[in-house]
Design a protein around this ligand. Structure first.
Ligand code: GDG
Length: 480
């Protein structure tokens, strides 16, 4: 009975307790969305069951009051919540993960807060998870570790279970060595070696994979790398790109349904302006919302003929609100929206329609399907699934995607209007270009992008990754 043991910071379902009853609801986010689609489509692939290890949203005491079991099962996913005391969670998650790795790996080095206690807690949390995985692991199981929260885990699990099949996938960028070397040496070494414990180390793009190999080469002597195979101290791993994707058919079908088509008509009716620009992001400084708003302001300033003819719908999902840089970012974004609306708004027209909340998936698809332009211009992004979801949600074949060339998705969606997220003039010009783009040109570009996302969906992503782990671990066993 082989299990797939997935490991990520969050469990795929949110645990809450109300009136001593445990309730379990799907969580929003790139990874949970992608993997749930994989398991729906593949009906568990090669595995007999899917287990998931992640940090619990609620404390051990609250959980144990509501449940007599140590695990929770929902939709055939067996979840193993791991409990971290509040201070440990703050130092590990808000601290090391989101105030060191997140800003550094996405080229915001001045936002990093270097604290030894953050790293110490990161090591402890990774060790705790390694122990939890060992408890549930049985021979033949595969461990798939996700993201920057658990970069020490592959080596730690390997140390406990030599023969385990281990895959690691990094959802965010891996930076060039110039950035990576800013980490204190001992931390950088631990992370670089930690990842190398996996049979397969996957990145969103070939560049990120090469930056990792380059960093490792400069840190550890005697490594070799050829044809995607890295060898460290006689142990080999595959290092390559596995660009994550979405369930194309699902978005396409929802967007084509009668319910969504009538929702689109209503949205268009409600907006007095003729054209709709849409952005959907977690409110995160890496998504460059502030400079995007400045670009929109520049567009309004330079194009008086377009005022009252276009609305910008900005859907921002609350994120990491306890971290200072996120609070500051929100204040700045709120202030700029109100300044632009105050300056350009009229009785019948609000230039920026601002929503600070999460909406359900059907609502989200209706927004994608209604938008003339999707403005997806993060400063950095490992991939950016919103760009792919917009493409999938256009059964009519219309719509213009404006995309940063620094998002991983830009490597694949070459027919988007590609821009530099720091170039406000270029973004303002591309908004105008997008609004004026002839339908035939929109459809030509959209058809190419749809073909790509349809052929490279989330099922193919997960299948290729897991097959690669299987092959690599088989190879190691037969060569030793
Ligand atoms: C990380 C990397 C990488 C957003 N608002 C709502 C909503 N969402 C969903 C979107 C999309 C997901 O959240 C966001 O995914 P992104 O890829 O855009 O960004 P991150 O959260 O930063 O994800 C990123 C990703 O991991 C996967 O590897 O692409 O680069 O940073 O799926 O649809 N979903 C619903 N309501 C909302 O209001 N239902």
């Amino acid at each position: 009975m082989a299990k797939l043991i997935n490991v990520s910071f969050r469990l795929p379902y949110k645990l809450t307790v109300t009136k001593s009853r445990l309730s379990v609801t799907p969580s929003v986010g790139g990874l949970a969305t992608a993997l749930r689609s994989y398991f729906e489509l593949a009906s568990h692939g090669e595995f007999d069951s899917l287990h998931w290890v992640g940090i619990s949203d609620i404390s051990r005491t609250v959980f144990e009051r509501a449940s007599t079991l140590h695990l929770v099962e929902k939709d055939n996913v067996v979840m193993h919540p791991v409990f971290l005391p509040t201070q440990a969670k703050e130092r590990f998650y808000d601290g090391f993960c989101n105030s060191i790795i997140w800003p550094l790996f996405q080229y915001f080095p001045s936002f990093v807060i270097y604290k030894q206690e953050f790293f110490d807690e990161y090591v402890r949390a990774n060790e705790l998870l390694a122990a939890q995985i060992q408890e549930i692991f049985e021979p033949g199981d595969t461990v798939w570790v996700h993201d920057y929260h658990w970069m020490l885990l592959p080596e730690l699990v390997r140390g406990r279970i030599e023969s385990a099949k281990i895959g690691f996938f990094l959802h965010i960028p891996f930076p060039s060595f110039e950035l990576f070397r800013m980490l204190p040496k001992a931390w950088g070494e631990r992370i670089a070696r930690g990842l190398a414990g996996a049979d397969v180390i996957g990145f969103q793009t070939a560049d990120f994979a090469s930056y990792y190999v380059d960093s490792l080469r400069r840190i550890l002597p005697g490594i070799t790398f050829q044809d995607d195979v890295l060898t460290v101290n006689g142990r080999s791993s595959v290092v390559k790109e596995f660009p994550i994707s979405i369930d194309f058919e699902k978005y396409h079908a929802i967007a084509a349904s009668r319910q969504i088509r009538s929702a689109v008509t209503k949205i268009r009716h409600r907006l007095t302006a003729h054209k709709l620009i849409l952005s959907v992001d977690r409110l995160d400084y890496t998504k460059a919302i502030f400079s995007r708003l400045e670009s929109f302001e520049l567009f309004l300033e330079k194009n008086p003929d377009m005022r009252e003819k276009v609305s910008y719908l900005l859907l921002l999902v609350p994120s990491r609100e306890t971290i200072l840089k996120y609070k500051e970012n929100k204040q700045n974004v709120d202030a700029l929206i109100s300044r632009i609306n105050g300056l350009y708004g009229t009785i019948g027209w609000t230039p920026i329609v601002y929503m600070y909340k999460s909406v359900d998936q059907k609502r989200l698809v209706s927004l994608y399907a209604a938008a003339d332009i999707a403005l997806v211009v993060p400063a950095r992004d490992g991939m950016n699934l919103v760009a792919k979801e917009y493409v999938a949600s256009r059964p009519d074949g219309d719509g213009v995607l404006i995309l940063s060339d620094t998002a991983g998705a830009a490597e694949e969606l070459r027919e988007a209007v590609l821009v530099n997220s720091n170039d406000r003039q270029e973004i303002a010009d591309s908004i105008r270009e997008g609004l004026k783009m002839p339908k035939a040109e929109q459809r030509r570009r959209m058809a190419r992008m749809q073909e790509h996302v349809r052929e490279h969906g989330v099922l193919a992503w997960a299948t290729e990754f897991l097959e690669s782990v299987d092959q690599m671990s088989g190879l190691i066993k037969t060569t030793t």
